[in-house]
Design a protein around this ligand. Structure first.
Ligand code: MN
Length: 486
């Protein structure tokens, strides 16, 4: 996949790296026992540690460490048995400690790999630089009062994983596929719910451009806090264009932090980029280094569920699905679970894949539901496919039935009976309809017998019409050919 921006001074390519902040699924915060549930009233989930009261000491939440290690293993990454929490110092109203506890020189997870499933069926490997644990900050609320800003500390101290990619991504689309893939992996693992609307997953995007053929990286900018795949892709497009224009006009690109304005569809400068030394990182004297043993890591490895890449391979091996179909099915763990239950019912994986990939999302969208609260059970979905397979209903009638199942109740048997959609496979009944059409249209019969074989389609159409679309089209076709030729 190539993505080239044609500038006035030549062709440019885009170099992209992502920093994903993923909230760790955990009952309590990284260094306190306060709850982490979404949507609670402001400042109702704040311990004295999270409010940075003098003398309060952080205590590491071991479950969060296990979750970070689990994620590292899911990213095929090196687990560091020794890692260190450091203080990242900066001043902001929603950061009561005056520093964020993060990991810097010695993160818990090192280099790894994520495999992207490309739309053409191929794949691409993207490097992971590191994964570290850190605490989230609180939230400043500027829209509550005309003159004052309020602070909600519910998020203060919530455990995050920051997953940093290498600058291996080259197109906005790849960045979108990468973000979706990481989201899929953490959701399979159960280490982050991946809910971008609720802020449990956000991405910072590093973008630079360079002339095609250049090997050195040029200055990058960082676009902060993007909370949807679409915004990530849009922000990269705009920022890359802006940089190319700057270079074309003889200007420099400065290292800075930028914001994406989704209303205006542009990025704008937020602050000049701070360098690592601006934060005066140093090991947090309140916390011991995190020490893991090989045995602990192996125990976590043994608990890993099947991950998307493995499930994809299994669907290809066991069911003969194409890489593309298998990739679509495994993207959401709920979809693949639904698919497997449908196959169990109807026994035809290709037909099931086709319907779960095409009809299911269409009907869910139409009925305003999601797969988590699907109004149709996979058993009844599979039952309908069985009726297609044994010719009880035609494919077009089945499409009508599924539309009703998602809105009015999911029993295909009742719907088929109620709407009289059962396919006519009784040869006597079909023969009568065929005879009637032949007898009533001598001109068309002469036309067909005179050599216009294509006229068969017209006859099939007439028979289908006279049976209310319920005759088995294959039987109609065969009978017509025999009778017209005879
Ligand atoms: Mn961070």
């Amino acid at each position: 996949m190539s993505y080239i921006i044609e500038g006035k001074t030549g062709d440019w390519e885009v170099v992209i790296g992502l920093e994903i902040h993923a909230q760790i699924i955990s009952q309590s915060k990284l260094f306190s026992g306060a709850a982490t549930a979404f949507g609670a009233g402001p400042n109702t989930q704040v311990s004295l540690v999270d409010a940075a009261m003098p003398g309060m000491l952080p205590v590491i939440n071991e479950e969060c460490v296990r979750q970070a290690v689990k994620t590292g293993l899911g990213l095929k990454a090196k687990i560091n048995l020794h890692s260190v929490f450091e203080r990242k110092n900066y001043f902001y109203a929603d950061l009561p400690q005056g520093y964020q506890i993060s990991q810097y020189a010695e993160p818990v997870v090192g280099e790894g790999t994520v495999v992207l499933d490309m739309p053409d069926g191929g794949s691409r490997e993207i490097g992971i630089e590191r994964l570290h644990m850190e605490q989230d900050a609180g939230k400043s609320m500027h829209d509550q009062d005309p003159k004052r800003t309020f602070v909600d500390l519910n998020r203060s101290g919530v455990a995050l994983m920051e997953i940093v990619s290498k600058p291996d991504l080259r197109t906005p689309e790849e960045a979108g596929i990468y973000l979706r893939k990481v989201r899929s992996i953490v959701r399979y693992l159960g280490t982050c719910d991946g809910n971008m609307e609720e802020g449990s997953m956000r991405a910072d995007v590093n973008v630079s451009v360079r002339k095609t053929g250049e090997t050195e990286l040029r200055t990058r900018t960082e676009i902060k806090n993007l909370n949807s795949v679409r915004f990530v892709m849009k922000a990269i497009e705009h920022e890359a264009q802006r940089q190319v224009q700057a270079y074309d006009n003889g200007e420099e690109v400065v290292q800075e932090t930028r914001l994406y304005d989704s209303q205006k569809g542009e990025t704008r400068s937020m602050r000049s980029k701070e360098f690592a030394h601006d934060y005066r990182y140093f090991p947090d004297p309140d916390l011991l280094p995190v020490e893991l043993t090989e045995d602990e890591v192996e125990a976590i490895r043994a608990s890993l569920p099947e991950l998307p890449d493995e499930t994809k391979q299994r669907l290809m091996d066991d069911f003969g699905l194409t890489p593309y179909d298998a990739g679509v099915l495994v993207a959401e763990k709920e979809t693949v679970a639904f698919f497997e239950a449908v196959v169990e019912e109807c026994g035809d994986p290709k037909l099931a894949a086709n319907w779960v990939i095409n009809q299911m999302p269409r009907e869910l969208k139409r009925s305003g539901k999601s797969i988590e609260n699907s109004p149709v059970s996979p058993q009844n979905f599979g039952k309908l496919l069985n009726f297609v397979l044994n010719d009880t209903v035609s494919t077009s009638a089945a499409n009508t039935v599924i539309g009703i199942m998602y809105v009015d109740g999911d029993d295909p048997v009742a719907i088929i009976k109620d709407k009289g959609l059962e396919q006519i496979t009784d040869s006597g009944e079909i023969e009568a309809a065929v005879d009637q059409v032949i007898a009533g249209n001598p001109d068309q019969v002469a036309d067909f017998q005179g050599g216009n074989e294509k006229a068969i389609g017209w006859f099939v159409g007439q028979v289908m019409k006279s049976t209310g679309g319920k005759a088995n089209p294959k039987m109609v076709n065969e009978l017509l050919r025999t009778k017209l030729k005879g």
